[in-house]
Design a protein around this ligand. Structure first.
Ligand code: HEC
Ligand code: HEC
Ligand code: HEC
Ligand code: HEC
Ligand code: HEC
Length: 458
């Protein structure tokens, strides 16, 4: 992942130079290859020229194309220095695409009938909103247009099945058109009319009463899915951030996924990478009987885009499209914050999660190797609080390697909760109280006494 990000950053830097040279003197020779492909792909989706300033090798951008210096109307918010385009090209949404161009992922993730394209294909979200996904046996996805992807199969059974991608884009990219409904009528490249505030509408419903769903069925409920609460739990809308919820969630319904006895056969067992909405909502983890779970102060005041896309003052106040969380979004409330570890909140969660990791490892439930015989993590790795927990995988049990015994519900729930926090990346910032509660309960469920968080937060 690190290498991928690095490669992406390099490409982004090169592209930034290309974009800059639109208004400057003769630029350096434009590189060939990957970035040129990026332009072609974007063009095919109806936004020609958005990465267009990239010239062919050797011609230079401004020099070779002296006649096509962009009009001033294109600069803000998109094509200027650190405009939306440059920000976007510095994002992981873009760098991962560049890394995967021509690779197996792009094909495998976007093949019609696979489950991956619903989030990884360039048009996956638009198709979901339009009601187009694949199911079997007449299965119907509830709340499809509001982000849900799982359905009951058969309808009256407790098993949740994942709907499939119904498109054929063959482009694995979270692009402008993945989030914005760009048509001939509002695409500035087609209309020639410069951007005006609000002229880039959303693909997903994002009004004040438009809710979005994570996949968890609340225990005892007859309908699947759970609404992500909105500010002060009132409307339930994350606004434009509903788009984030469509993809950044677990893909698993923990209520039906964890059963009384769990024989783990896949290294990929547990929530998928990026289950942030499950944590942010304070509702997506495995709940222990008799416990109540709460929200942190952030839930009352903040939504995904408040921290990840703060408005950029010198860019027409359009939100930051690097999508990375920004410290500037914290200091309005945490005036003295110098990093995200406000009041040691992340360190505390990391210490507690390391405890959970140790007990799960001792129970034979974790591994980092992808091939049998599946090995438990070495003690030096487990004890390292800075270890990259996102590499951890579920250790298949009952498999040929003679792994651990089958996990009972509460223990499998602990493993599930471990992955939920480890793969979510924010170490508690997304919902401090809820994170601490589920990690605490999970350690207890594994038969140990929590040390870092000595008292369960109420
Ligand atoms: C519900 C939406 C969703 C679905 C469906 C989905 N993914 Fe993902 N996937 C994500 C998100 C969001 C991330 C980014 C997580 C992060 O980086 O925090 C991700 C990340 C990944 C990564 C790691 C990113 C990288 O490039 O290293 C891999 C690998 C991956 N997904 C594979 C798959 C595969 C294979 C499928 C189908 C079996 C699939 N995904 C289905 C949302 C989804
Ligand atoms: C992952 C989703 C996502 C992607 C990808 C994305 N945007 Fe945005 N965009 C947003 C969100 C969220 C907002 C904030 C809207 C708000 O606050 O009302 C926004 C706002 C904007 C705005 C200002 C709002 C308006 O209606 O005028 C523009 C312009 C814009 N984006 C252009 C782009 C361009 C160009 C790209 C591709 C380089 C892009 N966006 C990619 C999510 C996305
Ligand atoms: C169409 C699905 C989709 C949507 C919508 C989406 N994302 Fe992503 N996001 C992904 C995937 C997939 C990745 C992993 C990189 C990739 O493959 O693009 C990712 C990666 C990220 C990362 C980098 C994670 C890392 O590991 O470094 C951040 C941060 C992020 N997204 C934030 C957001 C925010 C904020 C929104 C809402 C404005 C959003 N995303 C909307 C699918 C999506
Ligand atoms: C209170 C501000 C805040 C809110 C609200 C918020 N985030 Fe985050 N997010 C963060 C911080 C801080 C991190 C951790 C960054 C770090 O430690 O490097 C993070 C991490 C992430 C990551 C992983 C990035 C990585 O480097 O692995 C993704 C993806 C993400 N958030 C998506 C979301 C989504 C989706 C939502 C809404 C459901 C959301 N965030 C709400 C602040 C926030
Ligand atoms: C709207 C105001 C607001 C913003 C913006 C905000 N926070 Fe907070 N945050 C709070 C409040 C209030 C608490 C609870 C503090 C308390 O109970 O003493 C809190 C608690 C925390 C905690 C738990 C540690 C503690 O003291 O309880 C962390 C970690 C944290 N915030 C990180 C962040 C980060 C990182 C950002 C920016 C990405 C951010 N916050 C943005 C208001 C905010």
């Amino acid at each position: 992942m690190f290498q991928k990000v690095l490669a992406g950053v390099l490409v982004a830097v090169v592209l930034a130079i290309g974009t800059l040279s639109c208004t400057g003197p003769t630029g350096p020779a434009g590189p060939a290859g990957e970035s040129a492909e990026a332009g072609a792909v974007t063009g095919a989706m109806g936004l020609p020229g958005i990465t267009g300033p990239q010239g062919p090798p050797g011609t230079g951008v401004a020099g070779g194309d002296a006649g096509v210096v962009l009009p001033v109307g294109c600069l803000s918010p998109c094509h200027g220095f650190n405009g939306v385009i440059t920000q976007y090209q510095s994002s992981v949404h873009y760098s991962t695409f560049i890394t995967n161009v021509g690779g197996d992922e792009a094909t495998a993730w976007t093949t019609p009938g696979s489950v991956c394209g619903n989030c990884h294909a360039i048009d996956g979200v638009a198709l979901r909103v339009a009601g187009k996904v694949g199911t079997t046996d007449g299965g119907v996805v509830e709340h499809l247009g509001n982000g849900q992807i799982l359905y009951r199969n058969p309808p009256d059974a407790g098993v949740s099945t994942e709907s499939t991608y119904a498109g054929g884009a063959l482009v694995a990219k979270v692009d402008c058109t993945t989030c914005h409904a760009v048509t001939n009528a509002n695409d500035p490249h087609k209309t020639g009319i410069p951007w005006t505030d609000g002229s880039f509408p959303f693909v997903v419903p994002s009004g004040a009463t438009d809710v979005s769903y994570i996949e968890k069925t609340q225990p005892g409920s007859t309908t699947t899915g759970t609404v992500v609460p909105g500010l002060l739990n009132t409307t339930g809308s994350q606004g434009p951030g509903n788009a984030c919820v469509f993809c950044h969630k677990s893909r698993k319904d923990v209520t039906t996924y964890v059963t009384a006895s769990n024989k783990i056969t896949s290294l990929n067992w547990g929530p998928h990478e990026g289950p942030q909405a499950d944590v942010f909502s304070g509702m997506g983890g495995y709940s222990y009987a008799g416990k109540t779970y709460g929200q942190s102060a952030h839930q009352a005041k903040l939504q995904c885009i408040d921290c990840h896309m703060p408005p950029v003052a010198n860019n027409s106040k359009v939100p930051d499209h690097s999508f990375a969380p920004r410290l500037s979004a914290c200091i309005g409330c945490h005036a003295t914050a110098v990093n995200f570890d406000v009041n040691g909140g992340q360190s505390l969660v990391r210490a507690s999660l390391t405890e959970l990791r140790t007990v799960l490892n001792n129970a034979g439930a974790l591994t980092q190797t992808a091939t049998a015989p599946y090995l438990a993590l070495p003690a030096s790795v487990i004890a390292d609080p800075a270890a990259d927990m996102t590499l951890d995988k579920a250790r298949p049990n009952g498999a040929a390697d003679g792994g651990a015994t089958v996990l009972a519900a509460d223990q499998a729930g602990a493993l599930y909760n471990y992955f939920l926090i480890a793969r979510g990346g924010a170490m508690g910032v997304h919902n401090t109280k809820y994170t601490q509660q589920i990690v605490y309960d999970s350690i207890v469920a594994m038969g140990a006494s929590p040390v870092a968080i000595a008292l369960r937060p109420q």
